[in-house]
Design a binder for this molecule. Structure first.
Ligand SMILES: NC(=O)c1ccc[n+]([C@@H]2O[C@H](COP(=O)([O-])OP(=O)(O)OC[C@H]3O[C@@H](n4cnc5c(N)ncnc54)[C@H](O)[C@@H]3O)[C@@H](O)[C@H]2O)c1
Length: 323
């Protein structure tokens, strides 16, 4: 897709962070934008930005894990703008950190429900509607660099993002005959509000194995304050869509990063390689100790198990500081 003028763009999580950056960029490119978000305060703030600009932006309060509500939102898009979106951007996501071994079913259900399940909801809701219009289009998902590897402290999120990368590749192949392009954006740190994700965790899924509270939210705010500007990131997405790229890797050294990543996969498939990876992990541990890596030196309790899980061996985990 190269011409965005008059196209309807539906952006989940479009009221904050990466999604809001996308709403700004595609609105400026001439799209009629729908921002769908679970947080009314985020929607209100975003609309306060767009209204004075007289931009064609429509806000829908939506929990994207709710399939019935999702279908109703899709109907609303057609009512408001006269057609299904030609540009669907699945961006809403949540995260919470803690030892994989402390994870509860609820930790998995919440994070994977939003980060993977709701992307599936977006695809199943909109793909048939988009195909039926016969006008082609483009679909993107905001995944994460974290989808390319495992994380001791972020298992549900990494698993969801790995699945999203894979899912988008399947749709990329499947939707080509319909003239619908598919992309997956894989950023690292973004200047966003994702530190506050736990505020949207449903009460039915509140049982967590992690320490996740105001202290860890405050700590994460300082990390994400250093992330990429969402409008800059949306620029990478727009160029990737224009070029019909499946993978959009918003870094200057993406090739080197991917080579190291796939070397890791090769290494972990042989005993010698596993030893090499162990050595690399030791080096990284020493480096993070020297450089005072904020993730490792925080006293907020970030990445730790909930205090009642006394069987999680934090002392042993601290000695081996892996990602
Ligand atoms: N922040 C980062 O460092 C980072 C890095 C890589 C990838 N990402 C991904 O970027 C995407 C956007 O996140 P962000 O960092 O801009 O965070 P953000 O919190 O600023 O924006 C996400 C928005 O999604 C909304 N949301 C959460 N659950 C929802 C639900 N069930 N239904 C509808 N809306 C919901 C939130 O209310 C929020 O407005 C996510 O998929 C995230 O995983 C973020």
């Amino acid at each position: 897709m190269k011409d965005f003028k008059g196209k309807v763009a539906f952006i989940t999580g479009g009221a904050s962070g990466a999604g809001l950056g996308q709403a700004k960029v595609f609105s400026e490119a001439g799209c009629k934008v729908v921002i769908a978000d679970i947080r009314q305060d985020h929607l209100d703030e975003a609309m306060a930005y767009f209204k004075p600009k007289k931009a064609e932006v429509h806000a829908i309060k939506l929990d994207i894990t709710d399939r019935k509500a999702y279908a109703a939102a899709a109907d609303e898009v057609e009512r408001v703008y006269g057609s299904p979106p030609q540009l669907l951007i699945n961006t809403a996501g949540v995260n919470t950190f803690g030892p994989a071994e402390a994870s509860t079913f609820e930790d998995f259900d919440w994070v994977m429900g939003v980060c993977l399940g709701a992307v599936i909801n977006g695809m199943v809701t909109f793909v048939p509607r988009m195909i039926k219009t016969g006008k082609g289009g483009h679909i993107a998902a905001t995944s994460s660099w974290g989808g390319f590897m495992g994380f001791a402290n972020d298992a549900p999120y990494a698993a969801a993002k790995a699945a999203v990368n894979n899912l988008m590749e399947s749709y990329y192949l499947a939707l080509k005959p319909y003239g619908i392009g598919v992309s997956v954006l894989c950023p690292t740190n973004i200047r966003s509000n994702i530190a506050e994700a736990i505020y949207t965790r449903p009460s039915s899924l509140e049982a967590t194995g992690y320490k996740a509270d105001e202290e860890t939210v405050d700590f994460l705010r300082t990390i994400h304050a250093q992330g990429m500007d969402p409008v800059e990131l949306a620029g990478w997405l727009k160029r990737g869509i224009e070029n019909e790229q499946l993978y959009i890797l918003p870094f200057s050294n993406a090739e080197q990063m991917l080579k190291e990543n796939f070397q890791r996969v090769l290494d972990f498939s042989t005993p010698e390689g596993t030893r090499r990876q162990d050595e690399l992990a030791k080096k990284r541990t020493a480096e993070t100790a020297r450089n005072k890596d904020p993730y490792q030196t925080t006293d907020s309790g970030w990445g730790k198990a909930s205090a009642d899980l006394t069987w999680v061996n934090e002392a042993a985990r601290a000695k081996r500081k892996t990602r």
